[in-house]
Each structure stands twice: as structure tokens, then as C-alpha cells.
Design a protein around this ligand. Sequence first.
Ligand code: K7E
Ligand code: CUA
Length: 671
Amino acid sequence: MNRSTINLQIISVAILMLASCSNRDTRQIVHGDAAEQVYVPPGEYDEFYAFLSGGYSGQVTVYGIPSGRMFKEIPVFSQYPENGYGYSEETKPMFNTSYGFVPWDDSHHIELSQQNGEFDGRWLFVNGNNTPRIARVDLTTFETVEILEIPDVAGLHCAPFITENSEYLVSGTRFSVPIPQKDVPIESFKENFKGLINYVSVDPEHGHMELAFQIEMPGFNYDLARNGKGPSHGWSFLTSYNSEQAHTLLEVNASQMDKDLMAIINWKKAEECLAAGKFTERTTSYYHNLHDEASGIVKSTELTTTKILDPKECPDLVYFIPVPKSPHGADVDPTGEYLVGNGKLSADMSVYSFSKMMKAIEEKNFDGEFDGIPIISYEAGLHGIVQKPGLGPLHTEFDGRGNAYTTFFISSEVVKWNVETKEILDRHPVYYSPGHLTIPGGETRKPNGKYLLAMNKITKDRFLPTGPEMMHSAQLFDISGDKMKMLLDFPTKSEPHYAQIIAADMVMPNSKKFYPIEENTHPHVTLGEGNSRVERDGDEVHVYMTAMRSHLAPDNIEGLKVGDKVFFHVTNMEQDWDMPHGFAMQGARNAELLVMPGQTRTLLWEPQKVSVFAFYCTDFCSALHQEMSGYARVSAQGSDVPLKWGLNEELRESQQAANAFYDQAKTNAGK
Ligand code: K7E
Ligand code: CUA
């Protein structure tokens, strides 16, 4: 057995032993008043929204805190047959990438938009880890409105970490790759593979994302990041692992050295270098997909150039500082002065001081360099060490009272400690193996230290068994006192990595109730039932359909033929909160449409055989919902059945009345 195999076995055995010391009795751990603290009586609202990333579902889920009730799943990176996201013609372009149509991803980190280092409740950003992308969700509609692909990276894990005025989303590559991509032996890693750290700017008014610049870094694995705040504003801190630059059996080969390197980036300096023209422009390909709210249509654009900064050409842009073995994150405390670097395979945690690091840079207190990038002396930048806090430290957040809370994956616990004194104050088991934890505003300058939510990777015996796969579990704590109190377990969707929690009153007042129909600019909108119709153009058929309690118009369509491409443009005419209509066609090889009030959505149907097909509304919208249905007659190719549609004779008569109604609505809206 060689040394690395032995190492591997020791690490694996240690992890297995510790991760499986489960089945602990929690009866003594939960306090008597816990139920009261999480009980939200029927009809009352939760105090907070929690946005949890969906991991390998690619989506985001919304929960109420403290109740743990799930409110919504927001489809982001994955097709969602439940409402037609990624199936409807309007939303399909959201998945365009330089790799083609990619209808799935793995979402890890939620970042809410910020102003002055506090959440402002406008947008939510989340990364697609697998096919590198960043998405923006609008918190007035809870819909994904934008996806930007990041070119020439692989595994966009280190993303999309936001700066304190939402200037940038800092996004590093998890896997280094040849840049530009080319056909080279994987063995040539050290000479050919590089890692890009990407700065995506956010338009302050509309939230639109743009890839501002990329920094070309040594070929490490950039894992996680946080940005400075207050005194450290203008700086980013990114942990990396695999400074060994291994390309196989990373479990062993990337765990050789005692320390890895954290990158410290001065993005104000980057802006100076860009302004001075010290960058190179590279030709590449990546997609920007943007949803237009008025039409409901996603427009996809291919972009072809990026700006690359080379740290060698832009001095003082990047520094490194050593961090304990295989780190997983750099977390900045609310004051902006302290930074926690957790080594997953280290027994201690290092706390850095921003001012000491700056002093070390000024005094050139360096310990060598890597690829021309100075390495700040570890001791010179260190605030101190948290001694033996637990096993496998992962993520840290803060309560705004000077305390930090860190998850320990291997010893399955949350540990509370004081940032200034590094003293351990409390520890509490969780069930089991937590990844991230989150505190409302816990990464901002003003945390609300009332609750803490730990998101656990292993569920085992927490819930009624559901076969080999168990939902992951989240556990809510009250952290308002000296000791943490466990309040609640609840199952989560797929694998939430990170989550953020925001006060309900920051989001709730802006929540949209419906789309004003007079503002609908969809080119295939049907304004009024009397305008519903069917048009043929060669083998393309466009059905202009309206949905209104309790019928679809037209509901009888004849003259369709095998081989036609039939586009159902369904406009939901309701102007009322929570009144979607669905549209489902028998045998359609995609999904349903769920059309929001005032919106138009299009389903493409390509009938394959001669038949009379039934279609219906899927959302139980009224007492006569079951009646909300119709038929489409499909004849043989080349048949001479004429195109015909309608409700009944009254349809034509009501046309004029409907037109007058919508003309009036438009006049009222001043259009
Ligand atoms: Cu630790 Cu992707 Cu932030 Cu999972 S990551 S836990
Ligand atoms: Cu509309 Cu059911």
C-alpha cells in the first residue's frame, strides 16, 4: 500500500465513522416551549421568507420562518412541467447556452440584493454549478427573469457572491480548464489549465447582469467567496483548494499540503486597470437570456467577447494568503474586519484580520509568491485561531452581537463562538452532517440574530422512511439567548446548499398580484374572447385562445392536420389575484401551461395521428372548472377538412362587446 492509499483510507474511515454516529435521542434537546415559538396560527403570516437553493433540482424553494411551511418552488435552471417553465415557447430561450438547450442545473448559493450592506428585497441571484450560469429572480413576481452564462469556466460553484451595494456578483470557477478550450492531454494541467474569477455587474435600476471582466488565475479550484463590507469594501476573498494542481484522485492528491491559498482581490484596482486599458479582449461564446415582463417573452442573445485581466499586468490586484488544509469558504463578519477561513481537514479555524492583511501588504510582509502573485505571510494576517472547535468546519454566519456560528460536517453540530476572543460559547448537535447554515441577514452588516437554520445533508431516521431516498432536513434554532435552542425539523426539496432569510415586510408589500392585461405586449395576445381565432400559415397553425372562468375560447377546433405545428397562444383574461388557468393537450409531448392572470403563454403541439383530442384547464379555478375543456380534431395530412373554430353562435355576437370593453380598458390606462 503506498502512502496516498493509506491516507485515503484513514480519511475515509474517519469521515464514515463520524458521519454515521447518528440515531441520537433528541427528546432532551428540544425545549418545552419550542412548539409555541414555531406555531403560526391559521391565517397568520410568518415573520420571514427563507429562500433555499434547490441543489440538484436546479430550483429555489421558498419557506416561511419560523413555521417551516413551504410556499413555493421557483423554477430557475430546470424545466418545470408544473407550470410549463422551459416548455412554453416564451420561456424555452431561458435555457439557451453555448452548449445548446440545457434544461437542468445544480443550484447552490442564494444571494439577495443589497444596498449599504443590507438586503433591499429586490432580487435574488443563484448560481448554476454544472453549466456555468447565474440567474436572477424578481422578488415582485417570484419568477426567474434572467440567466447569464459565464464562459470558459467549469463548475461555477464559487458564485454568485454579492458586494455590499450589489455592484458585482463575484463568481469563480470550481474546476480549472484550458483557456481557451483546446484538445490537450489532461496531464498537461499545470501548464495549460487556468481558473477564471468573474465579476458580473448588476444594473442598479433593472438588475440586468453583465460580465464586466474576468481575472485569469492559477489553475486551482476556486470554491467559495465573500466580499468585504465597511472597511473592507472593495475587496473579495475567495478560498481555493488544490493548490497542488492535481488532476486525478483529488481526494488524496489535493490534500497533500498543510495549507491552501485564499485569493484576496481588490476590485476597485480592477476597475482602474480596465479604465487604463490594461486588459485583453478575448473572443468566446456565451448566452444572455432576459425575460421581458410586458410581453412575457425571454429574449436570448449570444455574446462573443470578454475582458480578461492578468494579475501580472495589473499590480496590487490579487494577493494570496495561506488557509488551513482544503478550505470551504471565507466568511466576513458584520464589521468587515474579520474573516473566517475554515479548513475542512484542519482541526482549528483561522480568523484573519483585514487591517492586519492590509498592513502586511503595505509592509510587503510576504512569504514568496505563486505565479507572480504575492503570498501574504499567514501569521501577519492572522487575528487568531479558534482551537479545536469541532470536526470538519464548513460554513460560518454571524448574529450581529459579535458571535459566529459554524457548521461542523463530521461532528454534526453547530458551534457558537466569539469572533473577538475566539472563545467557544456553545455547541448543539444537528441531525445530521450540516452543510450551510443561515441567519436572517447573517452575511450582511445588520444580521437579525433571532433564528438560525441549519441545512443537513443526511436525514436517516428523522422522518418516516420513504425508501432509499430521504428528503434533506433543515433544523431551526432560536439563537436569541446565550444558548442555542432547537425548535423545528422540516424536510426540504432536493439538496439546499445555501439559503438566505429576509424579513417578510421587505418583500411582501411589493408582491405582484396579476399582470395588467392592458400592458400585455405579447405579439400573440388575444384581447377579448371575441378576438379568439385560428390562423393557418402553411403547416403552422396559430390558435389565439382566451381563458376565463369557466371556458377556453375557442373550445372546438377542426381542420388541423397530422404534421402541423400548432401554437396555442393562451391569454388568461382574469384580473384577479391567484387566478391562473392551465392548458393541457392530450398526448402533447411537452408539458402543460399555467398562465398567470393577464399573461400570454404558448404551447407548441405537433399532433402525430388522426384523432379528436381533448384539452382542458388543469387548475381547479371555479365550480365549473371541470367544464373548462374542448376538442381539437386532427385529420390526415392532405385532407380537405376546412379550418373551423368557435364556441357557439353567440361568440361572434359577443365580439363587438369584448372589443369595446378592451378599448375602454386601454383608454382608462392612458394608452
Ligand atoms: Cu458548502 Cu456548494 Cu456552499 Cu454545499 S456548498 S454545503
Ligand atoms: Cu380554468 Cu380550471
